[in-house]
Design a protein. Sequence first.
Length: 108
Amino acid sequence: MKELMGMGFVGWLVSLVVGFVFGGLFFLSIRLQVNYVLKKSGPLWVVPAALYARILIVGVILVLVAVNLPGEKIAAAMLSGTVGAIVARLLVSRMVKREAVEEDKQDA
């Protein structure tokens, strides 16, 4: 079981970490955008610009993976990267939930 889906342990770990980092940045940027909208702290054009920037980043990542990895390793890298992004999403959602609970306690 040295290689699973054409990638070794290090390949899976690297894909997981890269997915976690980019997923974390992706979901934290969504959180910042929501705070920006709720506080009305600037012009409205920033909201769609941030959305398109996130879409562009995801497209660049997909193109880089497709161009730089051999065909037999793309599925494994994307699977591991997706798991990393999901873990990042769970951590960001817990952080947002914790902040909401603390704000509710302060308001009461």
